[in-house]
Design a protein around this ligand. Structure first.
Ligand code: SF4
Length: 412
């Protein structure tokens, strides 16, 4: 193995020990995390390009029925060689706005997952929610139904910025939603916030983080605004009606948040994610470790049995095809071993933990150094990678260069 610059003490501290105590990879490869896509929103936020729709709330019940059918079919398809239900460690209700479903609908979907898959007793079961759509009774009902983690799209504590984003909630509703969630017994709460927003100052960002910290969430996801084609924001940027935060301000905001959250005991275990010990998102780690997952619902993607496939995006077509008794796959692609090796390295190197070299070798029966060959030495000598024991990760300089490191490191 090429010699690398040893990781600094600070980097060792960020290595979340609980993440090391994972199951053997061959065991994890036999599981499938479950994702359920709920494509309803009251209104569309101006920056959003997710597969989600406003104005189709009457479709909720037919959609839930279609999703129940897909869960049943997907469960049968995913049976193990022995004909047993596939084990699942996590379930994630994402969207859209899953909190726009009734408690009874959420409960039926959860029961269907438990019937079709062998869901772990202590599975992490997350529901994404918007602060403006939550009330006390509903949160108590969701918790009683078995949801044990809430992920809330808070985005900002500044009322004017929330309005500019097209969000339907106000700052007080964030605080209230967290209080209701605590009262309902939630002990694992994530809050999402955005930086680099048009007209957002460092002062706004500091105030947002201070207020959020006073709620003691167990997890933070912090994202810089990305202007996606086809959104109102895209149009407004091109018409020069709005200007997102520049690169330097975004970098300052990121650094400020990272320093503050670390001081408060949070671990930055992935570029955009910070968690108190024991509260990292097991579901998201499935993606970053390139482990199998089955996505169900309109436009949901799966990575299972050496294939990536995506369901029909349009909710009406999705419902219609399920009525016909088929899983409504719209696109399917085989993932060969070299592709899986590249994707596994790429995803792992984006995390703060990095790539666990013995696991890579065990999974693909080839050491990482052999897979990338001489590229490893070149990239390491450029100071872009660091090795700490069995872990390989991007250096600080490497993180700044991001994708360029992967282009230089990974075979075409
Ligand atoms: S609530 Fe979330 S999913 Fe819905 S439009 Fe806004 S950002 Fe998109």
């Amino acid at each position: 193995m090429t010699s690398f610059v040893p990781a600094t003490t600070q980097q060792r501290e960020i290595l979340p020990q609980e993440l090391l105590r994972t199951e053997p990879v061959e065991q994890l490869l036999e599981t499938a995390s479950l994702y359920l896509h709920i494509p309803f929103c009251h209104t569309r936020c101006y920056y959003c390009d997710f597969n989600t729709y406003a104005g189709i709330l009457p479709l909720r019940e037919p959609y839930v029925r279609a999703l129940l059918k897909e869960i049943e079919l997907a469960g049968e398809q995913a049976h193990t060689i022995e004909g047993q239900p596939r084990r699942s460690r996590t379930i994630f209700f994402g969207g859209g706005t899953p909190s726009l479903l009734t408690v009874a609908q959420i409960s039926r979907l959860l029961t269907a997952c438990q019937n079709a898959f062998a869901v772990d007793q202590d599975a992490e079961i997350t529901l994404e929610a918007n602060p403006g759509t939550l009330n006390k009774e509903q949160l108590a009902g969701i918790r009683a139904a078995g949801i044990n983690r809430l992920s809330m799209g808070a985005q900002s504590y500044d009322a004017a910025l929330l309005k500019k984003l097209g969000r339907i909630h106000n700052p007080d509703e964030i605080t209230q939603a967290v209080q209701y969630a605590r009262a309902a017994g939630f002990t694992s709460i994530n809050l999402d916030f955005m930086f680099g927003l048009p007209d957002q100052t460092m002062q706004h960002w500091r105030e947002t983080l201070d207020k959020a910290l006073s709620l003691h969430p167990e997890h933070f996801s912090l994202y810089s605004l990305i202007i996606e084609e086809g959104t109102p924001f895209y149009k407004w940027v091109h018409e020069q009606r709005i200007t997102p935060g520049d690169e330097d301000l975004c970098a300052d905001m990121y650094e400020y948040a990272d320093e503050l959250l670390r001081k408060e005991g949070y671990v930055n275990y992935e570029i955009s994610n910070w968690a108190l010990p024991g509260h990292h998102s097991r579901h998201n780690l499935t993606y970053w470790q390139n482990l199998p997952y089955i996505g169900m619902g309109a436009g949901a993607s799966s990575f299972f049995a050496n294939e990536r496939y995506t369901d029909e995006r349009d909710p009406q077509t999705y419902i219609k095809r399920l009525k016909g008794g088929e899983i409504p796959v719209a696109e399917r692609e085989e993932v060969n071993t070299p592709q899986a090796m590249s994707e596994t390295s790429f995803l792992a190197l984006r995390t703060a933990m990095g790539l666990h070299l013995p696991t890579f070798e065990k999974r693909f029966s080839q050491p990482f150094s052999q897979f990338v060959g001489d590229r490893l030495r070149v990239v390491a000598e450029a100071g872009l990678l660091e090795q700490d024991g069995d872990w390989l990760r991007l250096s600080q300089h490497g993180r700044l260069l991001g994708n360029e490191v992967f282009l230089r490191l990974l075979p075409d």
